[in-house]
Design a protein around this ligand. Sequence first.
Ligand SMILES: Cc1ncc(COP(=O)(O)O)c(C=O)c1O
Length: 391
Amino acid sequence: MSIEELIKKEEKYLANVYSRYEVAFTMGRGVYLYDTEGREYLDFIAGIATVNLGHCHESVVEAVSEQLKKLMHTSNLYYIIPQIEVAEILYEITKGFKSFFCNSGAEANEAAIKLARRYTGKKEIIATVNSFHGRTLGSLSATGQEKYKKPFEPLVPGFKHVEFNNIEALERAISRDTAAVILEPIQGEGGVIVPDDDYLRAVREICDEKNVLLILDEVQTGMGRTGEIFAYMLYKAEPDIFTLAKALGNGFPIGAMLAREEVMNAFKKGDHASTFGGNFLACTAAKATLSVLLKEKIYKNAEKVGKYFISELKKLKNEYDFIKEVRGKGLMIGVELSIDGREIVNKALEKGLLINCVHDKILRFLPPLIINKKHVDRAINILKEIFEEKF
Ligand SMILES: Cc1ncc(COP(=O)(O)O)c(C=O)c1O
């Protein structure tokens, strides 16, 4: 089917909610995607921070294929062995966090908000301006970007927003009815906003002082993206609850809400559930993904190559004055421009490089964590070509 036909059919049959680039992919291997014409693309967006081990990673494909032949679904009426196995791996990594599994990031945050209210018996949740936590009504209420929220009011009551990376604002906002603070360690959809190195630790201290739970939304920062297995390890600020999704199944849909044992134990039977949550295939994918991530220490590669990538982007900043800032941790990288970045993304697509742009002016790079310097050099050369032709 040609791209023109696809566009027509999408218009006719699908909800009009996505602005898509004019390409459809039919195959992926490692850091490359292939379109309907067989053209190769270097994928520096990885399904939006999802395919961290690269497309169709052999271990994940094999494990899921084997499971697919055996059993797909029974529901949580019965014990699910891969679910328990993934929870055990996560318990080991986190030194004692228990898991609840669901199917997406938004659902994981819903579960976190419910648990915080259940454990504390309090209602108020403090989130940050410019944050993104998902599109369901609860996670949208936590989200700090009006454009996503306004048309869907009234949202869930009890949410307050304070400036990100501002400790005093947070301290002032906490009241006697505050159950939890919810934050992304690095704001992703907000434009790769990296807080001061000591921010998260200071948030942890305030939460301890005021007896408030700290929920970290690691949906985007988790699973090695920032150079550590989870970003809270990078910032040395352990949450009470944290959420995962995106890369947990290396592309297979799965979400998880993890909490310290004492906090998780506040959930009683029937308090929360999901028909598909923690199903055989998703947990098999997560088990294989975690095992590769840990065995091969892929997050260390993210740290090393991320540093190189950032230094190469900073060189570009010295050459082109429309580049205002280069920022990021590991392979979660943003380049803020003084010009519109969307045309650059389209030009990159034409040249076989997939990147993304948020808030019109921030180029975002979220490649698979398995990339090496050669991939970075290729991406940098393509960007240079575009900048030379255009500006
Ligand atoms: C930090 C963060 N939280 C939550 C979500 C929502 O995840 P999902 O789209 O899987 O519901 C996203 C998605 O981009 C995210 O970046």
